[in-house]
Design a protein around this ligand. Sequence first.
Ligand code: F6P
Length: 327
Amino acid sequence: MQYKLECIGLLTSGGDAPGMNAAIRAVTRTAIYNGIRVKAIYRGYKGLISDEIVDFQTQNVSNIIQQGGTILKTARCPEFRTPEGRKIAYDNILKHNIDALVVIGGDGTFTGARIFAQEYNIPIVGIPGTIDNDLYGTDSTIGYDTALNTIIEAVDKIRDTASSHERLFFIEVMGRDAGFLALNSAIASGAEAAIIPERETKVDQLEELIGHGFRKSKNSSIVIVAESDVTGGANGLAERMRKEHPEYDVRVTILGHIQRGGSPTAYDRIIASRMGTAAIDALLDEQRNIMIGIVNNEIVHVPFTKAIKDDKPVDESLLGVLQILSI
Ligand code: F6P
């Protein structure tokens, strides 16, 4: 082995996602199983800079696999974007004798990790934890499946009242710039349409929706809208609809942060456990600056540059499925 691996630092950063705790548990226990000490870093890169770093034993991660959120806390950290901030972070890594880092998060987390690893030659392995599912090189990110299930549970409830009042509902879901949550929750909840940012350049989705006479044979409708300036969000679309089609009784629901909470699904717990173990295996195998992914049920290693730069495409054929199934 070229570098010593006696101690790892572990943090969660960016938006929390259900299943992050299962990943923390897996990383901690796999490291200790292999004789590696674990330093838990609280509040992501912010805690790395402010030295919120403590020793973790196996019992620190007991009874957390079922909990949403992250026991390590999380934060977005503008200071880590500066060379001065990263210098302080590195000094703390030296102070605590940390040989490598495991970071759990999304796009922003890995962007920071890539720069830090290059500047200070420190091995870093990433685990994809975000409800957005927008990282290239993994079929699913930790938290995405739970968020999807949370959304469809909420949509099922909205459908009851939509149907009773014969209303058209625009329901806004998260996803940052990606339409995975919107598209797949629309299919899973039997919605009439999904408005996603990826589709914008091709057609005006609202016009397409109306053009297909989506409400002719139904007394109520659900449209799932991905949050984004591109889609105009649920409020923007509802406003337009009210102006152009006053005959519809339109309502808006923005699901918001409810999508980020809750006990992780079995699927998220399993992928988090597998990815956490794979992260330590990768470090033992002298891998660095990679994200752990799962593709076709196999563990894969994806360079940070690919995971964050290559746009992960949504399967647009699913829009066709949605359209057929909503006639
Ligand atoms: O990246 C996860 C996410 O929940 C996005 O879907 C959303 O746009 C964003 O985080 C919200 O961030 P915050 O909790 O900081 O408002």
